[in-house]
Design a protein around this ligand. Structure first.
Ligand code: GDP
Ligand code: ZN
Length: 353
């Protein structure tokens, strides 16, 4: 019998897997994957908990023989068992822009993971302005962590938030994500070299997803910066991605089952919350997207299924609250892929076996 050791996949390049093996003081082993896994269609992703056989302690090598069931799975970047999303924005340079922030928040909500919002570059704005943003975001339903990577302010609460969890980091470029990794992950430069050196590949190949290891035992996935994620959210689901609207829907019921929360009479959602106009704009986007999708005749178009349900031709998706709960977790996780750079994601798919 081949004795197997338990570990976590930290990085993947080509057909090699970097696995931390618990039994060997969490040392990094360079592993292949048993061909049997490929035969049964079992993929291996970063974040996977795996069993490794043929462990060669001296050369730190082995072969992955099985993969533990996943808690969840994201397609872009391909990774397993994520616990939360860390959204990083900056209070200045680049300035915090409400529409962009709102778009990222809505997108992140659609992933159905815990969400942590972090506002960097606290050092660049007055206390008054910090307080204003904080109060505003509380109205939106969020409790932002204000930090300064430069001045090392507010980093400890953030560390606690990341402790023992697998976290995906996302946010626009220039807000300080790389700088943050540098202070959260000691020796990160060496780590990157170690991986690239062993695998004779650069760090920025398209398939490369790496989990950075936090000293307290969490994992952090770095993702390419992008500034305007596509929402790709079904119109009927959109309202549930606004915490402040969820609150309203908990306390009241709209007159119409399929209320789109626009012009309908006796709507409990329409009204005096700040991001209501964001909702309207994103809703319009979602509807346009569905129409375009239908025009392209895509099978899985949400519009199409809506049309089928109601039995008549409509060019606007019907909105039904019930659907929210029916959306499978898997689909929601798929939606997260838009949090990542479209171009690199496409090349990733092409490279997939
Ligand atoms: P990324 O694109 O999100 O990875 O952002 P970077 O980490 O490359 O940072 C962009 C710029 O912001 C760099 O010049 C950093 O030195 C600067 N920066 C990062 N954090 C802070 C901060 O807390 N305060 C200030 N003033 N500048 C920061
Ligand atoms: Zn309504």
């Amino acid at each position: 019998m081949n004795k197997a050791e338990y570990g976590t996949v930290i990085a993947i390049q080509a057909n090699y897997y970097q696995v931390r093996l618990e039994y060997f003081s969490n040392k990094l082993f360079l592993c292949t994957r048993r061909s049997r896994l490929k035969k049964i269609g079992q993929s291996v992703m970063v974040g996977d908990r795996v069993w490794v056989e043929d462990v060669d302690h001296l050369n730190q090598q082995g072969a992955i023989s099985s993969v533990e069931p996943r808690k969840n799975e994201l397609s872009r970047p391909p990774m397993a068992n994520a616990d939360q999303i860390l959204l990083v924005f900056s209070l200045a340079d680049p300035p915090l822009e409400e529409w962009q922030l709102s778009r990222f928040l809505v997108k992140a909500e659609s992933a159905d993971l815990e969400l942590c919002l972090c506002l960097n570059k606290q050092d660049l704005v007055s206390e008054e302005e910090q307080k204003q943003w904080q109060e505003r975001l509380i109205q939106w339903g969020y409790q932002p962590l204000l930090i300064s990577v430069d001045k090392q302010q507010g980093i400890d609460p953030l560390r606690q938030q990341l402790n023992q969890k697998i976290t995906l980091m996302a946010g626009p470029s220039g807000v300080g994500k790389s700088s943050l990794i540098n202070i959260l992950v000691p020796g990160v430069a060496q780590r990157v070299n170690q991986v690239s050196g062993k695998l004779h590949r650069g760090r920025h190949t398209t398939r490369h997803v790496e989990l950075f290891e936090l000293p307290t035992g969490g994992l952090l996935a770095d993702t390419p910066g992008f500034n305007q994620p596509d929402l790709e959210i079904e119109a009927a689901q959109l309202i549930f991605h606004f915490p402040e609207a969820r609150r309203l829907l908990e306390t009241g019921i709209c007159q119409f089952n399929d209320c789109s929360h626009r012009e309908e009479p006796n709507c409990v959602v329409r009204g005096s919350w700040e991001r209501y106009e964001h909702y309207l704009k994103f809703l319009e986007e979602a509807i346009q997207q569905a129409i375009a999708q239908q025009a392209r005749g895509e099978e899985e178009s949400s519009l199409k299924s809506m049309t089928k349900e109601s039995g008549k031709q409509e060019y606007e998706p019907k909105l039904a609250k019930k659907k929210y709960r029916q959306t499978s977790r898997r689909i929601k996780h798929q939606q997260l892929h838009e949090l990542y750079h479209e171009q690199s994601a496409r090349s990733e798919d092409e490279l997939q076996e």
